[in-house]
Design a protein around this ligand. Structure first.
Ligand code: FUB
Length: 367
C-alpha cells in the first residue's frame, strides 16, 4: 500500500509528469490536486479541467463509492500489452485491479496494491474490464467483467472484509450475467440493482432475449438502438434476484433511439445515482464520446434523455461515476492526458453541479 502525497502544481506540464513517472520506483507517485476547477495547460498547450489522481500506474473506468467516510475508487488498471487497437477493444487486455482511496477530494491518494489478479479468477480467460463495488451483509463485493474461456464476457463477483481488498473471486460468474461494465446501485430501501452492458467489444449486440448468438453484428443505422440491461440483486449479492431486463431509454418525445442517434444512444459505461428522489441513469455514447444522462421515477426506468454530463475527453473511451461526499457532488472520469494513448488512461475527478430543476450542468474536460 502506498499513500501518494498531493503535490503536483496546478499547471504541471505533461512532459514533466511523464519524466517523473519514468524516474519513480514502481508503486510510488504523486497525486495531482484533484480539487482543481480552473483550467491548466500542458507544454503542448492542451488544457485540462483537472489533473490525474495518480500517475505511477494507468487507471481508467473509475467507480467511486464512499465507504466508512472515505472515498474508494475501483478503476480498471491499464497496461501496455502491445496488442493492436481494434473496434473490439482487444488492446484493453487488463490483468488485475488496484483500488485507490482518499479521505477527501484533493487529499492524498492511496494505492492499495493488487486487489484481485486475473490468475485468481478460476473461470477467467482474458480482458479484465471496468469494475464496480458494493457493501452489504458486512462484506465488500467487487463486480467485474472478464471474458470466460470461450471468449464471452461475463460478470463475476469477488468478496472481501475490507473495501480495498484483497478480494476472493467466486468460482463461477454470476449466473445469467453477460457483457460488461457492471454498476451496482443501492436504493434507499436497501435493495441493490445491477446495470450493465456495452456494445461492439462489450458484445451486447450478441444478446437478444438473454440468449447468446455470436453471429449477431452491430445494429444498422435505422435499427432500434440496443438497450442496456439491469437486474435486481438477490440478498446474497452473488446472484440476480429477478430476470435480466432491458433499460428503456427514451428521447424527449418519449420515442426510443435508433442506432443512427449515436450522439445519444447507449454504448457502455452505465452508472446510476439518485438526486432529490429522481433516478439518474448515465452512460457513454461510445463512438461519439459523450457522457449523457436520462432520468426516471423508478430504478427499472423508463429513463428520459436530459443531456450531456461530460463532453468528449482526450482518448476514445469515456467512463464515469457520480458520488456525493460532504454535501458536494463529484464526477469521476478518465482521459489519456499522461500517455496520449487510447489504452493507457488516467482517472480524474471534478465537481458536478445541478441546476435548481435537477439538470446537470455540462462539464467541458478541456477548454
Ligand atoms: O476499460 C475497458 C472498457 O473501455 C470499459 O469496459 C469501457 O467502459 C471503456 O471504458
Amino acid at each position: 500500500m502506498r499513500t501518494l502525497q498531493s503535490a503536483f502544481a496546478l499547471a504541471v506540464p505533461v512532459a514533466l509528469t511523464c519524466l517523473c513517472y519514468s524516474c519513480q520506483p514502481a508503486g510510488s507517485s504523486k497525486a495531482a490536486d484533484s480539487t482543481q476547477t480552473t483550467v491548466s495547460a500542458d507544454s503542448s498547450g492542451k488544457k485540462y479541467l483537472s489533473q490525474p489522481l495518480v500517475s505511477h500506474i494507468h487507471t481508467a473506468d473509475p467507480s467511486a463509492h464512499v465507504f466508512n467516510g472515505r472515498i474508494y475508487i475501483y478503476p480498471s488498471h491499464d497496461t501496455a500489452t502491445g496488442i493492436p487497437e481494434d473496434d473490439l477493444g482487444s488492446h484493453f487486455d487488463m490483468k488485475d485491479f488496484h483500488i485507490l482511496s482518499m479521505d477527501a477530494v484533493g487529499g492524498p491518494v492511496t494505492d492499495h496494491g493488487v486487489a484481485l489478479d486475473i490468475k485468481d479468477i478460476p473461470w477467467a480467460g482474458r480482458q479484465l474490464w471496468a469494475p464496480d463495488a458494493a457493501f452489504a451483509n458486512g462484506t465488500y463485493y467487487l463486480y467485474f467483467p472478464v471474458k470466460d474461456k470461450k471468449d464471452i464476457f461475463r460478470i463475476g463477483v469477488a468478496t472481501s472484509d475490507k473495501p480495498e481488498g484483497p478480494f476472493k473471486a467466486e468460482p463461477a460468474p454470476i449466473p445469467n450475467s453477460y457483457s460488461i461494465d457492471p454498476c451496482v446501485f443501492r436504493d434507499d430501501d436497501g435493495k441493490f440493482y445491477m446495470y450493465f452492458g456495452g456494445i461492439w467489444g462489450g458484445q451486447l449486440q450478441r444478446w437478444n432475449n438473454n440468449k447468446y448468438d455470436s453471429t449477431q453484428g452491430n445494429r444498422k443505422a435505422d435499427d432500434l438502438a440496443i438497450l442496456p440491461r439491469m437486474a435486481i440483486l438477490s440478498p446474497d449479492m452473488k446472484h440476480f434476484g429477478g430476470p435480466v431486463q432491458e433499460v428503456k431509454l427514451l428521447d424527449e418525445n418519449g420515442q426510443p433511439y435508433h442506432e443512427k442517434d449515436n450522439d445519444k444512444r447507449f454504448f457502455e459505461a452505465a452508472w446510476m445515482h439518485k438526486y432529490k428522489g429522481k433516478y439518474y441513469f448515465s452512460y457513454s455514447t461510445g463512438d461519439t464520446h459523450n457522457l449523457c444522462y436520462a432520468t426516471g421515477d423508478s430504478p427499472y426506468g423508463p429513463f428520459t434523455y436530459k443531456g450531456v454530463i461530460l463532453k468528449p475527453v482526450e482518448g476514445w473511451t469515456s467512463h464515469h461515476s457520480i458520488i456525493e461526499k460532504d454535501g458536494k457532488w463529484y464526477l469521476f472520469y478518465h482521459d489519456v492526458q499522461l500517455s496520449g494513448k487510447t489504452y493507457l488512461r488516467n482517472v480524474k475527478v471534478t465537481e458536478l453541479h445541478y441546476n435548481e430543476d435537477g439538470a446537470i450542468q455540462t462539464i467541458n474536460p478541456s477548454v
